[in-house]
Each structure stands twice: as C-alpha cells, then as structure tokens.
Design a protein around this ligand. Structure first.
Ligand SMILES: C[S@@+](CC[C@H](N)C(=O)[O-])C[C@H]1O[C@@H](n2cnc3c(N)ncnc32)[C@H](O)[C@@H]1O
Ligand code: SF4
Length: 397
C-alpha cells in the first residue's frame, strides 16, 4: 500500500549575478532589474496549480534554492511565505532554508530574512582560497565569505550550512584541508562537501581546467576531510552531507528518504504520492524564467507531468536512500513505493553477496565498499526494460 510520506516545498529562484563556469543548475545571469514582485505572484499561482494534489497535507520544510535566492529582498521572501502559509498547512517551527551567495550578503539583510521566517541559511562558500575562487569564477573572496557567515550569526542564526567544493583546479591536499579548517572555525551546524564534477553543457566541460587533481588526490582529499569533520563532531549522514547531532537538513533528508515535495518556480521538480489513486506523480516546470513567468499557474507552465510506474520505483527509491548512511527499513520501501519487499529480493541478494549492502538492526545499509561503488549498486535495481528513470530533486539542476 502506498502511503503519503512527509511533504516539503521547494521554491526555485533562478537568477545569479554571474554564471559560474562549473554550474549546470537552472540559473541565469541577471542582465537587468529583476521582477521580484511578478516572480512572487507567479510562485503563488504556481503553488495553487499543485494544491489539488496535496490537499490537507502538512508541509515540513521549505527550501529556497537557486540560482541565488539571496538576490531576492526579504520583503519578497516574506510576501511569498505569508501567501504560502495561507494556502498550505505549515508544521509548527518547520525548517525554512534560503541559499545565499556570500557575494550578495549585506548588512541588515539576514535580520530581515529571519523576521520573514527563514531559520536556516545555506552559504555557497566553495573555498576560502582567493586563487581557487577566481578559478571558479566566483563573485566573492574568502574574506567576504567569512564576513557573510558572521553577519548571519550576528543576526541570530545558529542553523547554518556551508557548501564547500574540493578537487578544484590547482588545489593541493593541504589547501583542501585548510578550506575545511577555516569552515569549521566558523562553527556551522552543517557542512556540505562536494567533489567538483564536470557537468555536461558547462564551460568547464567544454574546456576542462588542465590542472584538476587526479582521482587519487581527490580521494585523499575526501578521506582526509572526512576525518577532520568526524574529529570536529560532524557525522556524515549522506554522501556529501555532514552535521552536528540533530542538525541534519530536514528538507534534503526528506528527498533522500523518498519523501514528497511540491516544486515551484522556473524548472522546479515535484514528486507527489496520491494515496487514493495509489500513484506517484512527478511534475516539472518549464526551465526558462521568462517562459515560466508568462505561464505560471496554468498547464503551459508544466514542462512535464509523469506517473512513476511501479517498475521504475525500486531504482528511484534506491537512488535516494542508498546515499544515506542510515539506509532504509524494508517497511518504508513498501510504504513509499507501494511494492512488496519481494520486488527487490533478487538485486538485494546480489548486492549482499558482493559486500555492497548489509542488514543491521532490521535496516539495509550500504557498506563502505557499497558507498564507493554506489553507481553499480543502484544499477542492480534498474527495471529490466531500462525504462528511463527520473532522478528526483537533482533534476532541478
Ligand atoms: C545552487 S548552489 C548554492 C547557492 C549559490 N548559488 C552559490 O553558488 O553560492 C548549490 C551548491 O552546489 C554545489 N555545486 C554546484 N555545481 C557543482 C559542481 N559542478 N560540482 C560540485 N558541486 C557543485 C556548490 O557547492 C553550490 O554551492
Ligand atoms: S554555483 Fe550558484 S552562484 Fe554559481 S551559477 Fe550556479 S547557482 Fe549561480
């Protein structure tokens, strides 16, 4: 039996000061004054369009992602949150995150976001090294990042995430360690530590930097940084996510546990379980901000609306839950896919035989080896027909 899981709300704000050469998110350089008011009106219309699919359900987290949401003034964020809270039931004290580029931080801004209800800030720091930041095309230097985090802390934020990337052009092991040490000195609640990847259709993919660290060095950086994070009291709970106890990201955890989310804004993706119809739907919006703005609230704003067929669900489920150190309970697999556990018995058995997954206290967890061969593990759960799987929130990129 499919049972509706917790529900989150993802809000995509698609503009940036400048497009970074490694980035394949749906983000666009702002070339003129941004239409903040029109965008908020369109978000609320877009939300109304999805309400019939989520009627009566409670929202457990809100995430403003981008792009650079911190380009939006607090008054626009406030108006959106008030409008959303009038249309949906918000859980008391729900997590509300706003992604921030340190190059857009200004004095006073964080207090206003806080007053609007934002209680978690995620900073795109990437590195504190000015040479690395220049190579990444960032609009800020290391001192700006440190100052931005302190501004947020002075405004009363204690639930902060810092995004760092490693395996950067010309980066040595000592430089990667130094970045992490500087991040930890700011005592964030959460660190996201991503290996730089060359994504198709980016400047870096077309012209890869010649001095990227090789795989062995990237692996050493990851291992060394994992050890530093563990020693500082940050537990790794997902492939790239580390948190102090109890400060894991509620919103991202819901994605990885194959929860539900409404996705609104240009190019945003949503996934909703319809208990009565025993179906799972994925909906996404047209990507270009101008096209989306012109159509939001109506069917033409939809880039697509698909049922997730039962045959696709085991792969989708594993793609998400196997990123988590906690793995999953077979009962949750049944509730969230609507399939019996026998549907994955054969691939589970294969993964166990290869030492990729183990069963512990009733949960199924990836081993260290399984973590290293994550793609191979997930391939075992692909439908035999090879039906094109959808990949979840990553598709907001
Ligand atoms: C939407 S951005 C965060 C907010 C803001 N746009 C910024 O960059 O400051 C999400 C994060 O994804 C990570 N990211 C983006 N492109 C990446 C890539 N090619 N490889 C690894 N991590 C990447 C960065 O750490 C980035 O902060
Ligand atoms: S990494 Fe962030 S700031 Fe850079 S283009 Fe992508 S979304 Fe914009």
């Amino acid at each position: 039996m499919l049972t509706a899981p917790p529900l989150s709300l993802y809000v995509h704000l698609p503009w940036c000061v400048r497009k970074c050469p490694y980035c394949d998110f749906n983000s666009h350089q702002a070339r003129s004054a941004l239409p903040f008011d029109a965008y908020v009106d369109a978000l609320l219309a877009d939300l109304e369009h999805d309400l019939p699919l989520a009627w009566g359900r409670t929202v457990h987290s809100v995430f403003f992602g981008g792009g650079t949401p911190s380009l939006f003034p607090a008054a626009a964020i406030d108006r959106f949150l008030q409008g959303a809270a009038a249309r949906l039931r918000f859980a008391p004290g729900l997590e509300i995150t706003l992604e921030t580029n340190p190059g857009t931080a200004e004095h006073g801004r964080f207090g206003d976001y806080r007053a609007a209800g934002v209680n978690r800030i995620s900073f795109g720091v990437q590195s504190f090294d000015d040479g690395c930041l220049r190579r990444l095309g960032r609009i800020h230097d290391g001192a700006d990042a440190e100052a931005a985090v302190k501004l947020a802390q002075d405004a009363g934020y204690d639930n902060l995430n810092l995004d760092l990337m490693y395996a950067l052009p010309a980066q040595s092991l000592a430089m990667a360690e130094r970045d992490l040490e500087l991040a930890l000195a700011l005592a964030p609640a959460h660190v996201s530590h991503y290996q730089l990847t060359l994504e198709p259709n980016t400047v870096f993919a077309a012209r890869p930097p010649p001095d990227l660290p090789d795989e062995d060095l990237a692996w050493d950086m990851q291992e060394r940084c994992q050890a530093l994070l563990a020693a500082a009291g940050y537990a790794q709970y997902e492939t790239s996510a580390y948190a102090r106890p109890g400060q894991e990201c509620v919103h991202n955890l819901n994605y990885w546990r194959y929860g539900d989310y409404i996705g609104i804004g240009a190019g945003a993706h949503g996934k909703l379980t319809l208990g009565a119809a025993q179906s799972i739907r994925r909906r996404w919006r047209v990507r270009h901000p101008t096209a989306w703005l012109a159509t939001a609230g109506g069917a033409p704003a939809l880039g697509g609306d698909d049922a997730v067929e039962p045959a696709q669900r085991p792969f989708e489920y594993m793609l998400n839950v196997l990123r988590l150190r906690e793995g999953f309970l077979p009962g949750d697999f049944e509730a969230r896919t609507g399939l019996p556990r026998t549907a994955i018995q054969a691939p589970l058995e294969q993964a166990r035989r290869r030492g990729w997954l183990i069963e512990e206290g009733g949960r199924i967890l990836p081993t260290a080896l399984g973590g290293r061969f994550a793609n191979d593990v997930m391939q075992l759960f692909l439908p035999e027909s090879g039906t094109g799987p959808s990949t979840g929130p990553e598709r907001d990129r």
